[in-house]
Design a protein around this ligand. Structure first.
Ligand SMILES: [Zn+2]
Length: 681
């Protein structure tokens, strides 16, 4: 993406120098020191079990040797947050507490998208405040009663910004309409409206059914209240996805605009306790509303915001914003199913709890969680009827190589109820006694198929195999197979072998080995030297000119001179990278932007990540000598081959022989630092 940040280029550079990439990346990836200046961790952009993601502290860039993603701190934030460049700049400025200059975007569409997202965040801030206010008002009495019944005190209600959506469909709209235009409110996911296409899509018979009025609604209709609209909205409430589709199809096509005035919008959430859903930065991006109506027509018990430009269900984990620090510190998370469970567990003092919000985990959610810790204690009830989602979630966590433990509460207890009845200490004990997931599964298998007969043993194995095959690591699978043979008391050798082969033969995961091995140490030194021209001066520790030295040592210049005057880079495995670095000269801001190909970028990253010893005039000179030697030897080989060709004109042959002598002499030159090369030729 080309950013047209002309006015703020300076700002960007200043910000880049201030933003320590290690710290910023560290918010997303658990980094470990891996060398003098580099850190490594599990890549947030692809699934992996051994770290191939590296961050260079002084050069301020990251590179993943697994998937090839690469860039500076802005690229990183852009990719990991899935936002535009200007938004990334803004986010980093916010993290550093640096005030922002005005930003510009590369295209009007991009600017519009970013503006809409920012405005939608504002809408949600206002909506959350509105719901909180309503909870305090007289009409919030039932909601307060409900929350009290769930054991939530003022502090927790405040911390989770819980609110109440009043029964009237118009109050929220009227509150927000003063600040935001209606198009934006339609995009917020907080409102519904009657749409002509929606009406025509619903048959008159359906309408009849949907509109069969309750006494309360009949009254609403008479009083001219938005009641009639609410009736229709029950279509959407009953099926949030349909609601979303409707909202999308209602769209903003000019056709719809010109044809007729749009139907009035009204609040999607009515008479519900409102739980804000936040992104991991703590910004409200959506809501879950728990109904207080006993009337079945009031829609589902829990109603969620539809997907919007700021809310994607599959990318969010409930309470991660509050929990992330604790997860990092305690090195595990507690995963529960519902928001209410999550809040109860949190209120009981277990701050590392997050919720999946009822649906099965997605890969994105698993990776999001994995950024903070790969240890998870799952407090679902895998025995319940809705166990499909649970099983999918657990399977996904296995695939993403989480270390999973299972809390098993007594039948009929969810975390919320358990804590209210038995107290937090009991819950703490339950966490402590949580069972390894595969032990749990083996227990399940044994319970279902008591391994007294070989028939049952086979059934138990077949029950377990699909679970175990999801484990990516072969060694782990092998270990599990051994455990199963023991625990199911499998003494038949044949059965044991059969199981082992099924369990362990999964499509093998391959670790790609780079073709970097062809690069000589001399090339590495010179590439480092060329790249050193662009090293960030702010990193401080750069050594100044030696006492009494005539001239400051400039490795870049020294390397550049030698390589260019003698064309030493020709024919090297790193030729294209060296050429790219040479072409850029010594005045480049971002060295990682220079390589022309993915392979070269990877090579450069790898070399810079492994910079260990300091560059000195001697190491650079030594590398130049080595390349000279390589150059001379290669040329000598070419000459020798040429002289062996038959039918060569005498004159040419003579010239080649002369060159051969010259090359041999040059190779013997003590200045090359290579004694005993007389065996050549
Ligand atoms: Zn990667």
């Amino acid at each position: 993406m080309v950013a047209t940040l002309t006015t703020s280029d300076n700002f960007k550079e200043t910000l880049k120098q201030q933003a320590d990439i290690v710290r910023i990346v560290g918010d997303y990836v658990k980094l470990k020191k891996a060398g003098a200046q580099n850190f490594s961790g599990l890549c947030p952009f692809h699934a992996e079990k051994t770290p191939s993601f590296s961050v260079h502290a002084t050069r301020q860039f990251f590179h993943c040797f697994g998937c090839g993603q690469s860039g500076d701190v802005f690229t990183f934030v852009q990719k990991v947050e899935n936002i535009t460049f200007p938004e990334a700049v803004r986010l980093i400025a916010q993290k550093l507490g640096v005030p922002m200059p005005k930003i510009s975007f590369s295209s009007p569409a991009e600017a519009r998208d970013a503006q809409v997202r920012m405005a939608l965040l504002d809408v949600h801030v206002r909506a959350a405040a509105f719901f909180q206010e309503c909870l305090r008002r007289p009409e919030g009495a039932n909601a307060r009663e409900y929350l009290k019944g769930r054991g939530l005190d003022e502090e927790m209600i405040g911390r989770f910004r819980i609110g109440y959506a009043p029964d009237s469909g118009f109050l929220l709209r009227d509150a927000l309409r003063r600040e935001f235009d209606e198009e934006l409110l339609r995009e917020s996911g907080l409102f519904s409206w009657k749409d002509s296409s929606q009406l025509s899509a619903v048959s008159s018979q359906q309408k009849q059914v949907l509109r069969s009025p309750t006494p309360e609604r009949a009254k609403d209709a008479r009083s001219g209240d938005p009641g009639s609209a609410q009736d229709d909205n029950s279509v959407g409430d009953a099926d949030p996805n349909k609601e979303q589709r409707t909202a999308e199809s209602a769209g903003f096509e000019p056709k719809a605009k010109s044809q007729e005035p749009k139907a009035a919008i009204y609040s999607k959430f009515r008479n519900r306790v409102m739980f804000p859903i936040c992104n991991d930065q703590g910004k409200v991006i959506a809501f879950t509303g728990r109904t207080l109506s006993t009337d079945e027509k009031a829609g589902p018990k829990y109603l969620n915001s539809p997907e919007t430009p700021i809310y994607s269900k599959s990318r969010v984990l409930f309470n991660l914003d509050n929990a992330k620090e604790a997860i990092r510190k305690l090195e595990y998370s507690i995963l529960v199913e519902g928001q209410m469970d999550c809040i109860s567990v949190y209120a009981a003092g277990f701050h590392n709890v997050i919720a999946s919000s009822g649906t099965a985990f997605t890969e994105l959610q698993a990776r999001l969680l994995g950024r903070f810790s790969k240890n998870v204690v799952v407090n679902f009830d895998p025995d319940t009827a809705g166990a499909r989602a649970t099983e999918r979630t657990l399977g996904l966590l296995v695939e993403e190589e989480f270390i999973i433990k299972i809390i098993k509460l007594e039948t009929g207890f969810d975390p919320d109820l358990f804590i209210r009845r038995k107290g937090k200490d009991a819950y703490g004990a339950a966490i402590k006694h949580s069972q390894k997931y595969f032990d749990y599964l083996i227990d399940q298998a044994r319970a279902q198929f008591p391994p007294r007969t070989s028939e049952n043993k086979i059934k138990a194995i077949n029950y377990l195999i699909p679970h175990i095959q999801r484990v990516p690591n072969r060694i782990v699978r092998d270990g599990l197979a051994n455990e199963i043979t023991q625990k199911l008391e499998i003494d038949s050798k044949v059965m044991r072998q059969e199981m082992k082969s099924v369990v362990t033969n999964r499509s093998a995961t391959q670790v790609t080995v780079a073709a970097e091995t062809q690069i000589t140490d001399a090339e590495r030194v010179l590439i480092r030297a060329l790249a050193s021209a662009t090293e960030m001066q702010s990193s401080g520790t750069r050594s100044s000119a030696r006492e009494g030295a005539e001239e400051e040592f400039d490795p870049a210049r020294q390397a550049q001179f030698a390589l260019q005057s003698e064309h030493l880079y020709e024919g090297l495995a790193s030729q294209s990278l060296l050429e790219a670095l040479l072409a850029a000269g010594t005045e480049t801001a971002d060295v990682m932007a220079l390589p022309k190909t993915e392979d070269d970028r990877r090579l450069l990253a790898s070399i810079l990540m492994h910079e260990e010893e300091e560059l000195t005039p001697e190491t650079v000179e030594g590398a130049v000598r080595a390349l000279r030697r390589i150059y001379l030897r290669r040329r000598l080989e070419e000459v020798q081959l040429a002289t062996q060709r038959s039918g060569l004109p005498l004159q040419e042959r003579q010239a080649l022989l002369q060159e051969k002598v010259r090359l041999k002499r040059a190779l013997m030159d003590p200045g090359l630092g290579e004694a005993g090369t007389g065996t050549l030729g």
